[in-house]
Design a binder for this molecule. Structure first.
Ligand SMILES: [Zn+2]
Ligand SMILES: [Zn+2]
Length: 298
């Protein structure tokens, strides 16, 4: 059988049938953020005779619709996949669906229940790699529920599993989640260690936006929580270098609110969402870590 090979958004994809190629092209489009293009490809893949291909296409279509904020359409796709999964008795497919439904659920309690169920299925399949992803999903939901200690434990557990597989990308996300948990529990030394481990891994993998986010978090941890202004200045310098590596204009020497120098010994907050830097004391109450950035409203 001839192998179909296409190049989409810089990724080369291959498959044995045109429907499989369409599925892979859809994945490449979605990875590049082109969700509408992805959905067109998934619709082509849905014409496959192979139930596994159809199930995967429907599942991915649900994810793409979710990314386009079409929650209703996404849920319809997931319930269709669940019906297919029952027909093929594919536990693996059902586990994936439960995880996505967990993320998309409007009620956090429902989300938590679905995530827990996906973890149980991954355990039953003895699929450790999927188990790490499911546990990480549960950690996200626990964090949204305000269960900080539970969230932290789940992130650490997922990270330990990722480590046994050498899944460094997964470790970066889970270490970042664990560090947020440590910080929120006022365990600042542990937060610093987790973020610095994540930073080293992210640098190896050249995960530029993640590097930037971690550097902002370390800057804020040292400035606001550890009151170590000199160390915070070092992290801030690395934020600037990293911004330049991203091709972004770094901030000027002054605080945009009081126009005084940022390095005048006061606590500085660097927003991990938009990378704006200002004196922490100049920010209105409720800004920064606790709310949207007052400069750009992100
Ligand atoms: Zn200021
Ligand atoms: Zn901003």
């Amino acid at each position: 059988m001839g192998r179909w090979i296409h190049t989409v958004h810089g990724l080369t994809v291959s498959g044995d049938a045109p429907e499989e190629v369409a599925l892979l092209e859809g994945l490449a489009s979605a990875a590049a953020g082109d969700y509408r293009g992805a959905i067109r490809n998934y619709d082509l893949a849905l014409e496959s005779n192979d139930m596994e291909v159809r199930g995967a296409a429907m599942f991915r279509k649900g994810q793409a619709l979710g990314s386009l904020q079409d929650v209703r359409g996404a849920m319809q796709c997931f319930s269709e996949v669940r019906r297919m999964a029952q027909q093929t008795s594919s536990v693996h497919l059902r586990m994936q669906v439960l995880r996505e439904e967990g993320y998309a659920a409007r009620s956090l309690r429902t989300g938590k229940r679905k995530m827990e169920e996906s973890c149980r299925l991954a355990e039953r399949l003895e699929d450790q790699q999927s188990l790490a992803v499911c546990i990480s999903g549960l950690a996200v939901i626990q964090n949204r529920l305000g269960n900080i200690a539970a969230s932290l434990n789940h992130f650490r557990e997922a990270e330990r599993i990722d480590e046994t597989f050498g899944n460094d990308r997964g470790r970066v996300y889970n270490l970042n989640g664990a560090a947020v948990g440590y910080r929120n529990l006022h365990q600042y030394a542990e937060a610093s260690t987790a973020w610095q481990t994540a930073l080293a891994l992210a640098e190896n993998l050249n995960m530029k936006p993640m590097i930037m986010k971690i550097l902002c978090n370390l800057q804020n941890l040292y400035a606001l929580n550890l009151a170590d202004i000199a160390a915070a200045q070092q992290w801030r310098r690395r934020c600037v270098e990293s911004l330049q590596a991203l091709g972004r204009e770094p901030w000027g020497p002054e605080c945009p609110i009081c126009l005084q120098n940022l390095d005048n010994g006061e606590k500085v907050f660097v927003d991990p969402k938009c990378y704006h830097a200002s004196h922490f004391e100049c920010l209105p109450d409720g800004a920064g870590q606790r709310g949207p950035c007052p400069l750009c409203r992100v």
